[in-house]
Design a protein around this ligand. Structure first.
Ligand code: SAH
Ligand code: SF4
Length: 355
């Protein structure tokens, strides 16, 4: 059996593992401190941990399973990493710089089965879920890259908006969230973490019942079923009424603002009538709603879709505002390095296929 990456274990899981292998509980504190605060590259560097524990860890765990394949840096400071996993699958991770801090966008699955018609990730069907370790390691690798620059920079925010549907990999997603949020480790505040879903209503109920206060973003992209189904086939299984019911439950339980993502696709969903309909749909929840208008990043394989004109985006924004809906436009980072969801990975895979 191949060894497991230690980054996949939450603090409680590691404590349990150590005690069930005859080690003292406090070893878990020491090991976590070395892993997440000092960020060592080898177990042998954990020099206040006794050799028996080190041997045991070396026997059962590894520290790294991801290997950097490509790193692209944009003029605006965005860095895109393509990582190769132990089984050869490629995943991508993006570091973005904002005035409020450094945010990392992580991948949760190899490919995506939801198959939204505008998305590069959906072009490649899901091959497998990422383990919690593979999701945590994306953050660790980016943080170690920053450490190596010697500027004392820290990943302060996380968006779970890379390739994959996070709520379709629920247990591993939750373990990942517990690891990165833990104040004994990376200590990234729950309010600085956002999970984006295409709207798996049954999983939104489950997510609402968890005890972690991370932000939720829902990819809505259309205000009615006909239009939404035409671009997101998942809407057949979870139409807007079902989705809104799960959102109501979430709001009741968490009382936290939800972000609604809305990709602006030219002449598809960007007319005034859709803005009016969207405002109506969100009217009852407007105090806990924020609409993020996302100018579409064109994808070579989806020639039918174009980015909306900036005048349409502005008009859509104003229509929402006039109706009391909080909203903003997300201008993208790293436009010169294929930073949109799934783009670098799909290009690399296509290149490899062509060879
Ligand atoms: N599967 C999840 C999370 C990953 S996608 C979800 O769909 O929410 C993260 C966001 O990027 C989603 O809102 C998605 O619709 C959006 N997105 C996908 N392709 C895009 C593109 N080409 N341009 C702009 N946004 C895109
Ligand atoms: Fe999957 Fe999200 Fe892309 Fe849809 S938008 S195909 S859910 S990654």
């Amino acid at each position: 059996m191949s060894k497991q990456s230690i980054y996949g274990l939450t603090f409680d899981q590691l404590t349990e593992w150590l005690t069930s292998h005859g080690q003292k509980r406090f070893r878990a504190d020491q090991v976590w401190n070395w892993l997440y605060k000092k960020r060592v590259a080898n177990f042998s560097e954990m020099n206040n941990v006794n050799s028996e524990t080190i041997d045991l860890l070396e026997e059962h765990f590894v520290l790294h399973t991801l290997e950097e394949d490509i790193r692209q840096e944009s003029k605006d400071g965005t860095i895109k990493f393509l990582f190769k996993m132990a089984d050869g699958n490629l995943i991508e991770t993006v570091l973005m710089r904002f005035h409020y801090g450094l945010s990392v966008c992580v991948t949760t699955q190899v490919g995506c089965n939801i198959g939204c018609s505008f998305c590069a990730s959906g072009l490649l069907r899901k091959n497998r879920d990422l383990t919690s370790a593979e999701i945590v390691e994306q953050i660790m690798n980016v943080q170690k890259h920053l450490d190596a620059q010697g500027k004392d920079e820290r990943v302060s925010h996380i968006v779970v908006m890379g390739i994959g549907e996070p709520l379709d990999n629920f247990t591993n997603l939750m373990d990942f969230l517990y690891v990165v949020n833990d104040d004994k480790g990376l200590n990234i505040g729950a309010r600085h973490i956002t999970v984006s879903t295409s709207g798996l209503a049954h999983k939104i109920y489950e997510f609402a019942d968890t005890d972690i206060q991370v932000n939720l973003a829902v990819s809505l992209h259309a205000p009615n079923n006909e239009l939404r189904t035409s671009i997101m086939k998942i809407n057949k299984a979870f139409p807007i009424e079902k989705l809104m019911k799960s959102i109501e439950y979430y709001l009741e339980k968490k009382n936290r603002r939800i972000t609604y993502e809305y990709i602006m696709l030219r002449d598809v969903n960007d007319h005034k009538e859709e803005a009016v309909e969207l405002a109506k749909l969100l009217h009852n929840h407007r105090h806990l709603a924020y609409v993020n208008l996302i100018p579409y990043n064109t994808v070579d394989e989806h020639i039918d879709y174009q980015r909306s004109e900036s005048t349409s985006i502005q008009a859509f924004y104003e229509t929402l505002k006039e109706r009391g809906i909080n909203c903003g436009v997300r201008w993208e980072n790293g436009a010169d390095i294929d930073a949109a969801c799934g783009q670098l990975r799909s290009k690399q895979i296509n290149k490899k296929k062509a060879i």
